[in-house]
Design a protein around this ligand. Structure first.
Ligand SMILES: Cc1cc2nc3c(=O)[nH]c(=O)nc-3n(C[C@H](O)[C@H](O)[C@H](O)COP(=O)(O)OP(=O)(O)OC[C@H]3O[C@@H](n4cnc5c(N)ncnc54)[C@H](O)[C@@H]3O)c2cc1C
Length: 247
């Protein structure tokens, strides 16, 4: 067992996502047939067109572009949060079918920032090893292996326990997801994963995700008194992140 860190990798996406969205929208407003509209969307000024769709709120067209990510090194705590997003599809490593005796785990950020972090990280590592022993003990008591054993032994596992999942969202849902989860008010682990997803999606569809990010980047922060008040830094962070990938 070892400590792991969350990673998001874009593994599949709708072929030519921006053309697909633009073609879907053009079909709504054009007397031409679908074939002609699709052909035109290959060479047209899709950047301007997509910005117009975003501004007028014609976001159902964004639903035609889907993005599939592999999330690894993430905790079950993250899983509980990301699966609240209902307009998404998930496939998650099972704790019934997969033996967790050697589970990896995510170290909470807060522990790393404590003054005596080194000592406390060791303490946390030790606690994870203790939990693994409890898990092994319960597996033994519950039958020694197989899904019937695992499904009950897993009750002693921590939220820190690593999981891996494949998640698919369309561009409209991703914009919504980014507005909530890239926000400084979101929990650090899902925020980190959300920014990685935003960066990867922006790389392949920069116009669809031009305005992506926490709500403050597109208007007033909806958090009211709880606002972090760091809109300028958030903007700088996003610009830096995208520049890193030479977008
Ligand atoms: C900072 C933060 C703190 C949170 N704290 C808590 C907490 O303490 N406890 C808790 O339980 N949750 C908490 N949540 C989760 C939150 O309440 C939502 O469940 C989660 O963010 C998913 O958001 P959503 O429902 O807008 O998005 P999605 O499920 O992704 O849906 C996208 C949009 O589709 C529409 N939609 C989807 N389903 C329906 C429906 N059935 N009816 C009508 N419209 C629908 C809505 O417009 C919705 O915004 C927190 C979230 C954040 C970001």
């Amino acid at each position: 067992m070892e400590r792991v860190t969350g990673k998001a990798e874009l593994i599949r996406y709708t072929e030519r996502p921006e053309e697909t969205v633009a073609a879907a929208a053009r079909l709504c407003y054009s007397p031409e047939g679908a074939g002609e509209v699709i052909e035109k969307s290959g060479s047209a000024d899709n950047a301007r067109y997509i910005a117009m769709l975003k501004n007028m709120g014609h976001l159902s067209t964004f639903e035609h572009a889907s993005f599939t990510f592999a999330l690894t090194g993430v905790s079950r705590a993250l899983l509980a949060q990301i699966t609240r997003h209902r307009i998404a599809s998930f496939s998650v490593r099972s704790q019934r079918y997969v033996d967790q005796s050697d589970f990896n785990y995510v170290l909470p950020e807060g522990i790393k920032n404590l003054p005596n972090a080194d000592e406390l990280i060791k303490k946390f590592d030790g606690q994870m090893r203790t939990i693994a022993l409890w898990y092994g003990e319960w597996r033994g008591l519950l039958g020694g292996g197989g899904e019937k054993t695992n499904e009950d032994a897993r009750f002693v596992l921590p939220n820190a326990c690593e999981t891996q999942l494949i998640v698919t969202m369309n561009a409209r849902e991703l914009l919504h997801f980014f507005s909530l989860r890239c926000c400084n008010r979101a929990q650090w682990e899902i925020r980190s994963v959300a920014w990685q997803m935003l960066r990867a999606a922006s790389e392949v569809a920069p116009n669809l995700f031009a305005s992506a990010g926490p709500a403050c980047l597109n208007g007033v922060c909806p958090e009211g008194k709880k606002s972090c008040g760091k809109r300028a830094q958030v903007r700088e962070y996003k610009d830096g992140l995208l520049k890193e990938r030479q977008i």
